[in-house]
Ligand binder design. Structure first.
Ligand code: BT5
Length: 314
């Protein structure tokens, strides 16, 4: 069950945002937000129930934030997303698709674990408790062709958050984030959408981050933040991902520049399995909306989608 049921959504978020900026008394909050004192009090009590410690002697002041959860991630979040949290879900992307089909926008679905996590091409995604499973619902004004840029932006946002957490992460085209130390996969991104030829109706961008989990619970070739740099504060990590992702959205040039800077694929010899065959050569560049430019023995080839493997130089 989500934490928001039965509570007025605007008041809920407004009280959280007001508390994040500093202490305020009940009457001050009521006046600033244009609601009754009873509504403010009800909201404060609901936050306490959700695990916040809020002192009330000299104006309400947050003295402790719960480790994880919807309100915990929304508290101090500098990006316009409502957060929905579940202890367990089959797949946060599946839940996000439901919300998208119901017309929602700018929702971030989070789960502590997934029981039916999905990768691309219907592959599975191991999702033990302690990882980060995050799916963002958006209704951007873009064409379906431009949607891969969002996947690149998601990879950039996660890589930045990982580096802030002390992990030496880099991006492998198109959407894997790996450890540059061990080569293990830390993050997978799955973008799904619905729309017509010229207009996207909604996009769901799903992030799977091997955060505070043991590599023994992951497939071979995977690593985790815990193994590379020690446990991370998932609340802060999710906030940073959402903030970086939101800042990049709608800035195609900034996305591509940032992607190039964080990529480990450019300059490498690669083998890319595409739907129409295999391409082997040197990865030269990435172009909008996410094509990889590969220099083969004969030609320069532009690859739209596929699985990419880095080869040793010959
Ligand atoms: C991906 O697929 O890398 C995209 C994964 C997206 C997962 C997120 S979690 C939140 C949201 N909800 C979902 O249901 N999905 C999204 P792909 O490139 O196809 O990689 C899948 C392959 O990676 C699998 O076939 C395994 O070999 C391997 N794999 C599975 N779980 C993994 C893990 N936790 N870490 C690293 N590799 C894994």
């Amino acid at each position: 069950m989500s934490e928001r049921e039965g509570v007025d959504e605007d008041t809920r978020r407004a009280v959280l945002d007001a508390l994040a900026t500093g202490p305020a008394t009940g009457p001050e909050l009521a006046e600033r937000l244009g609601v009754s004192r009873a509504a403010v009090w009800k909201r404060i009590e609901a936050l306490r129930d959700a695990g916040f410690e809020i002192r009330g002697d000299d104006g309400y002041r947050v003295t402790s934030v719960p480790a994880y959860g919807a309100a915990a991630v929304e508290f101090g979040l500098e990006a316009p997303y409502r957060v929905e949290y579940h202890d367990a879900l089959p797949s946060t992307n599946a839940r996000a698709r439901e919300l998208a089909k119901a017309g929602e926008d700018r929702v971030a679905v989070l789960a502590d674990e997934q029981t039916g996590g999905r990768g691309r091409l219907d592959r599975g995604w191991n999702s033990p408790s302690g990882g980060i499973y995050l799916s963002v619902v958006l209704r951007p004004e873009i064409t379906p062709r431009e949607a891969p840029l969002l996947t690149l932006a998601a990879a950039v946002a996660t890589t930045r958050a990982l580096r802030e957490a002390g992990v030496d992460a880099g991006i492998k085209w198109p959407n894997d984030v790996l450890s540059r130390e061990t080569g293990g996969k830390l993050v997978g991104i799955l973008t799904e959408m619905e729309g017509e030829a010229d207009r996207v109706s909604w996009v769901v961008v799903g992030f799977g981050v091997n955060a505070n989990v043991d590599p023994a619970d992951l497939p071979e070739g995977a690593t985790s933040v815990r193994a590379e740099a020690g446990d991370v504060d998932r609340r802060v990590f999710v906030q940073r991902v959402l903030e970086e992702f939101d800042a990049l959205r709608g800035e195609p040039d900034a996305i591509l520049d940032a992607w190039r800077e964080l990529a480990i694929t450019l300059g490498e010899r690669v083998r890319v399995e595409t739907p129409t065959g295999e391409v082997i050569g040197r990865a030269l560049d990435v172009e909008a909306p996410g094509r990889l430019v590969v220099e083969t023995d004969e030609d320069e080839v532009r690859v739209h989608a596929g699985d990419c493997e880095h080869l040793r130089p010959v």
